[in-house]
Write a protein that binds this ligand. Structure first.
Ligand code: NAD
Ligand code: UFG
Length: 344
């Protein structure tokens, strides 16, 4: 059985990925400092998969501890979710973001090098494409970022590319998965996205309005050059996203020689507007979601959706769940857990 270190495995995407890893016969070891998650998420995953999951509380900034973990376990590879992700906070606290997201990754890569573990899957983001010149966005598109969070992801991608290029004969297998907009939750309704503060992202905001925690949604701009004037994004079910990670590991496992660095989009290839997502949520859940049209949010772009061709060709992965399913699953999680992982 292949052991996988899952940094940030207690978080939103990580917790869903644990389930898919176990289903496909991998053995995850979670490494998380719980700065943006709860140990309850791991307990809930254990209930879903009906087995214990190895959990180590630790910080990727603590290289000595990471070294100890690698001494105690023989890993096939690492999925690196651990990171901070709030765009607004990154503008106010850039050093915190570069420290956590860039230095944390450097530590991890150094320890992996020391132990000869060279299979690495990185949580990148569609944010590395900035305002795209062409749609759908292909992996070779120009990259540029407008905020420290995005810069930290792009910087890590540059590091990973340089690392892969540094060897005449590649020994690293690095896949940078560029996520589009993950939403939804496991069908059990027992794990999901649990923002610690007022949500910045659209779907958790919608579901918190629906459950009565927030009064109304502000739609940030209805004058974009899009069919209904509101922002268009490529929403992807978090379970599909999780499956993409396992496909990436399987792709690595079947290689006979190392390939270096591969960036791969994980998206559906379809765009949905803010008002379309609100409409889908209301019609599938029967809940009310009052909203007002508000000014544009600084830094937002009009439209962003993926070309999902490379993931299909290389990994044999395609997203399966539609927007309706994303809404139903989000609502099941939110309605069963109005306070997230805190006791209801
Ligand atoms: P999340 O905050 O739910 O999960 C991240 C996890 O990492 C948390 O459990 C947190 O406690 C942990 N963590 C943070 N810093 C750490 C550190 N220094 N050491 C150990 N653990 C640490 O976020 P998520 O939505 O699950 O995102 C996972 C990854 O995917 C992040 O790197 C994020 O930047 C990236 N990403 C997320 C999205 C999205 O919309 N959710 C989009 C693109 C990329
Ligand atoms: N929106 C609203 N009201 C809200 C929140 C969002 O109208 O309260 C709109 C935005 O203006 C945008 C759309 O909903 O048009 C989606 O916004 P999100 O904040 O959910 O997602 P973004 O695409 O702006 O950004 C997210 C993450 C980034 C990540 C990016 C690509 O926040 O970190 O997806 O993966 F980089």
């Amino acid at each position: 059985m292949k052991k996988i270190l899952v940094t940030g495995g207690a978080g939103y995407i990580g917790s869903h990925t644990l389930i898919e890893l176990i289903k496909l016969g991998f053995e995850p070891v979670v490494y998380d400092n719980l700065s943006n998650s709860s140990p309850v998420a791991i307990e809930r995953v254990e209930q879903i998969v009906d087995q214990k999951i190895a959990f180590i509380k630790g910080d990727v900034l603590d290289k000595t501890h990471l070294t100890q973990v690698f001494t105690e376990h023989e890993f096939f590879g690492v999925i690196h979710f651990a990171g901070l992700k709030a765009v607004g906070e990154s503008v106010a606290k850039p050093l915190k973001y570069y420290q956590n997201n860039v230095s944390g990754t450097l530590n991890l890569l150094e320890v992996m090098t020391d132990f000869g573990v060279k299979n690495f899957i990185f949580s990148s983001s569609a944010t590395v494409y900035g305002d795209p010149e062409m749609l759908p966005i292909v992996e070779t598109a120009r990259r540029s970022c407008t905020n420290p969070y995005g810069q930290s992801k792009l910087t890590v991608e540059y590091v990973l590319e340089d690392l892969a290029k540094s060897e005449r004969v590649p020994s690293w297998n690095i896949i940078s998965l560029r996520y589009f907009n993950p939403i939804g939750a496991d069908a059990s309704g027992t794990i999901g996205e649990d923002p610690s503060d007022i949500p910045n992202n659209l779907m958790p905001y919608i579901s918190q309005v629906a459950v009565g925690k927030l009064e109304k949604l502000s739609v940030f701009g209805d004058d974009y050059d899009t069919p209904d004037g509101t922002g268009v994004r490529d929403y992807i079910h978090v379970v599909d996203l999780a499956k993409g990670h396992v496909k990436a590991l399987e792709y690595i496992a079947k290689q006979t020689s190392a390939f270096g660095f591969e960036p791969i989009n994980l998206g559906t290839g379809h765009g949905t507007s803010v008002l379309e997502l609100v409409g889908a949520f209301v019609s599938t859940t029967g809940q009310n979601v009052p909203y007002v049209i508000a000014p544009r949010r600084a830094g937002d772009i009009a439209t962003c959706y993926a070309s999902a061709d490379k993931a299909k060709t290389l990994l044999g992965w395609t997203a399966e769940f539609d927007i309706e399913r994303m809404c139903v699953d989000t609502w099941r999680w939110q309605s069963q857990n109005p306070q997230g992982y805190h006791s209801n």
